[in-house]
Design a protein around this ligand. Structure first.
Ligand code: ZN
Length: 355
């Protein structure tokens, strides 16, 4: 990299860091040469496009959306066996209806390395070794019948996962208490490929609901205890590890064995500026699982919201943690973007069935 650009970037990052709240994300985007909107807030979500004129926030394929079952196009997919380690997803960016298989979390006891980063909008767990978990396009169906195994493999690597509360997407007009996003990035695209044609990101979304009287969700508790409950230091990555078993359970829960397993797929955008419209969304249908919703306890929801509370002062890197007063009484604002118009986009409802 050009030294002058690097120095300029570092200086601008430092200036922004001192002047206001900064996400690490912003600096890394600047280093890649892409202009990144850094001064946005959920309170002013309606004017993101005005505040960030170079962004795609005013585009016609934005996320999140409200999904109604009657609007969706049904695809039934048939499989020879219930691959426990595979989350099957449909990629309609090409005409030949390839499916996507989740890989890399086969070993429940393998440790995956992440950095926990509080970027003042959410708490992000960034993957240290991106290639350790991936989703791959490898199956092929046509006319809803099983055809053949396709040797072409297109990997999307897990970049990070993060949380929104309340949920960003609605299903049958219903809002949920928590939405987990696992963000995968495709790294094999030639530089001349149009992002509008081939989604560069694939996000798996999982919706959680508070179940009255429920005991703590053990999976969410592991996240809270081992991943999220760290000092609120902006921009300082905190190393942590997550087991393959935890990630597998977060993504699949019991749904792999549910005969009514289903998920929604549509082309959309990032739900924060720059709102890039290069995302293949895969939202797991929360309504038809035999085990009911993914649930969390109200205590867990409160804890997560306190961790993500943007009203709460953040601790700057290097501050003496013992002297910082943290206001725990401020109201939680929420980090969910308002619903965006569908604008004629297709939503596919994938139902997975066994042959
Ligand atoms: Zn998100």
């Amino acid at each position: 990299m050009n030294i002058r650009i690097l120095v300029t970037t570092l200086i601008s990052c430092l200036v922004i860091f001192q002047a206001t709240i900064l996400s690490v994300e912003a600096c890394s985007f600047l280093l890649k040469g892409e202009q990144q909107c850094t001064h946005w807030s959920y309170q002013k979500a309606a004017i993101w496009q005005q505040e960030c004129p170079f962004s795609s926030c005013g585009g016609r394929s934005q996320s999140p959306i409200s999904i109604s079952l009657y609007q969706t196009t049904l695809y039934e997919t048939y499989f020879m066996n219930a691959k426990a380690q595979s989350l099957i997803m449909y990629d309609f960016s090409t005409d030949d209806k390839r499916l996507i298989v989740f890989r890399g979390i086969d070993n429940f006891f393998q440790q995956f390395s992440f950095s926990v980063i509080n970027n003042n909008h959410t708490i992000v767990m960034e993957s240290v070794n991106e290639e350790s978990i991936s989703i791959e396009r490898s199956f092929w169906i046509r006319n809803n019948t099983w055809q053949t195994f396709n040797s072409i493999t297109v990997p999307y690597y897990l970049k990070q996962f993060h949380l929104h509360s309340p949920s960003e997407h609605l299903v049958n007009s219903e809002s949920f208490d928590l939405e987990l996003h696992l963000v995968f990035q495709r790294n094999d695209l030639p530089s001349n490929t149009s992002e509008a044609l081939v989604p560069k990101l694939a996000v798996v979304g999982i919706l959680y609901k508070v179940l009255l009287g429920a005991i703590d969700n053990p999976l969410v508790d592991i996240v809270i205890q081992n991943v999220l409950q760290k000092p609120r230091v902006i921009g300082k990555p905190i190393p942590t590890t997550v087991t393959g078993g935890l990630l597998f359970d977060l993504v699949t829960a019991r749904q792999q064995f549910d005969p009514l397993y289903s998920y929604f797929v549509y082309n959309g955008s990032l739900t924060t500026p720059n709102c890039n419209e290069n995302v293949m969304w895969n939202l797991i249908n929360p309504n038809i699982m035999s085990g009911g919703y993914h649930y969390i306890s109200s205590r867990q929801l409160t804890t997560l919201q306190q961790l993500m509370n943007q009203n709460k002062p953040h601790i700057a890197e290097g501050a003496n943690l013992g002297k910082v007063q943290i206001n725990t009484g401020s109201a939680y604002i929420g980090n969910n973007r308002p619903l965006q118009p569908l604008n004629g986009r297709t939503i596919i409802n994938i139902v997975k069935k066994l042959l």
